[in-house]
Every structure is written in C-alpha cells, then in structure tokens.
Design a protein around this ligand. Structure first.
Ligand code: CAA
Length: 258
C-alpha cells in the first residue's frame, strides 16, 4: 500500500515503519497517525511479519503532534473528533511486538508514540520531552499517564511542568528506554533485537506482550493469576513441547506457531 507520510519496508520477518515528514521533524498530523494505524494493522495481519520497528530520522523521531494542524482548532473540534483518540487506540491494539528506535527529538506526541511501543531503543542523540506546557496545553496522547508509570511521579512532574528535555543517558537511568546505542548503529541494533524476537513462537510472544501490558491495568494478585493461567495454557501448544525438547536435546528450537 502507498503511504504519504510513512515508509514501510518488510525485510525477512521485520516490518520497519519510518515516519517521513522531514520538513516538519516528523510532526504527527492526523494523516500520519491514520497511516501508521493502517500500516500496523497490515503488519499484524501479514503472517510473514513477526516484529515491527517504528523509527524516524537522525534528527527527529517525532517533534510532537502537528502544532500547525491543531493551532486553529476549538474545544468543540477537538472533543467532537476525539482528536487522536481512535488513532492512539489503533497503535496500542497492535498485537505483534513493536520496538521504537529513537534518534533525535521525541517530544510531545513523539515521546508518547515511543511509549506506546513495547520498548524503546534510543540513540545517544535522543532527546525526550513533554513540552506541551510551553504551548498552553498538556500532553494529550498518554504523556501524563505513561510517562508517570515509566519514570515515576517526581520526574514525570518535572518533565511535564517544566517542559525540559531528557537526554538518552538520563532516559535509560530513569527506565524510559531499555538501551542506549551509538546513533550510527541504532537501526542495526533495533533490527537485531527484532530478529531475535522473530525467532520465538508467535503464540508465546503475543501472550507475553498481553501479560506485561496487563501489569498496567490490574491488581498484582489478578495480574499474577492471569499470568499463571496464560503460562499454563501454553502447555497446550506444540511450541512448548518443541522449546523444552530442544533444550533437553541441546539444539535450537524450531517454532511453528502451533
Ligand atoms: N508541529 C508542527 N511543525 C513542527 C513541529 C510540530 N510539533 N516541530 C517542528 N516543526 C517544524 C517547524 O515549524 C519547522 O518548520 P518550518 O521550517 O516550516 O518553520 C521545522 O519543523 C523545523 O523545526 P525548527 O526550525 O523549529 O527546528 P529546530 O532544530 O530549530 O528546533 C525543536 C527543533 C526544538 C524540536 C522545535 O522544532 C520544537 O520545539 N518543536 C515543537 C516541539 C513541541 O512543542 N512538541 C509538542 C507538540 S504538542 C503535542 O505533542 C500534543 C500532544 O501531546 C498530543
């Protein structure tokens, strides 16, 4: 499918979605978020794809929601269109693993998009921030909620109230990103993580993602029970048998998603 604001490439088992509005530092407008939702749904449906990478340019993963698109809108416009609500929902409903590979600015909606992915690999050039306060608004695509869960109240308040940016090293120390790599090897590192994921059983990948996400939605006791039941259920798969047999036979497992 042809897109205007993103570039999608599928190589081996990995779909790479590159945000592509270079003149606007990949600012997220409605069209980009709609196209991203469509591309993610397509990747979810494509049996060949086993992991997804979302990335931007060396200068910007995304510098936020598109201020030019939003600036003239009224409360009624925003509320009646549920601005970014359906688009955000489409991103987080993706079932396959998604890695955000972030270089440069990940601000506002850009930081929020990265946090909607399953984990973030950051280049040492990455700068995260929720500077909406400087525009007389607040984050609107999950920033106040997800950032607080990632880095805790004190740091989230600091970021959201002052609008300051956080560099890659601080982002890793704070738990926002899973690893920091040199900018020149960002895509290589993200691909290598995606390829490692691609070797696993898709059944256990989907189950693992569901259970980790469940940790944000439920009590500890319910989460532990839900995890244990999903763990039990996997004993009804051929891939569990293959994985454990391969371990005992000292060979690598050949999963078949059954
Ligand atoms: N929306 C629309 N256009 C943007 C943009 C955005 N969020 N961020 C950058 N651009 C555009 C600039 O307007 C500029 O375009 P023109 O050449 O046509 O003027 C182009 O991208 C390059 O940007 P700069 O010249 O500003 O580049 P810089 O290197 O000097 O500064 C920057 C980079 C610090 C990221 C700066 O562009 C900036 O502060 N951007 C806005 C960041 C921001 O406020 N993000 C939050 C948006 S609101 C939001 O995201 C709400 C939400 O939660 C859903």
């Amino acid at each position: 499918m042809a897109y205007e604001t993103i570039i999608v490439e599928v190589e081996d088992h990995v779909a790479t979605i590159k945000l592509n509005r270079p003149d606007a530092l990949n600012a997220l407008n409605s069209e980009l978020l709609r196209e991203l939702g469509t591309a993610l749904a397509e990747a979810d449906r494509n049996d060949k794809v086993r992991a997804i990478i979302i990335t931007g340019s060396p200068k910007a993963f995304a510098a936020g929601a598109d201020i030019k698109e939003m600036s003239e809108k009224s409360y009624v416009d925003m509320y009646m269109s549920d601005y970014f609500g359906p688009e955000g929902g489409a991103i987080v409903s993706t079932r396959k693993p998604i890695i955000a590979a972030v270089a440069g600015y990940a601000l506002g909606g850009g930081c929020e998009l990265a946090m909607m992915c399953d984990f973030i690999i950051a280049a040492d050039t990455a700068k995260f921030g929720q500077p909406e306060i400087n525009l007389g608004v607040i984050p609107g695509l999950g920033g106040t909620q997800r950032l607080t869960r990632f880095i805790g109240k004190s740091k989230a308040m600091d970021m959201v109230l002052t609008g300051r940016f956080m560099g890659a090293e601080e982002a890793e120390r704070s738990g926002l990103v899973s690893r920091v790599v040199p900018a020149k090897s960002l895509l290589e590192e993200a691909r290598s993580a995606a390829e490692k994921i691609s070797e696993k059983s898709m059944i256990s990948l989907l189950a693992a993602k569901e259970q980790v996400n469940n940790a944000y939605e439920t009590t500890l006791a319910q989460g532990l029970l839900s995890e244990r039941r999903a763990f039990h259920a996997l004993f009804n798969t051929e891939d569990q048998n293959e994985g454990m047999s391969a371990f005992m036979e000292k060979r690598s497992a050949q999963f078949r998603d059954r």
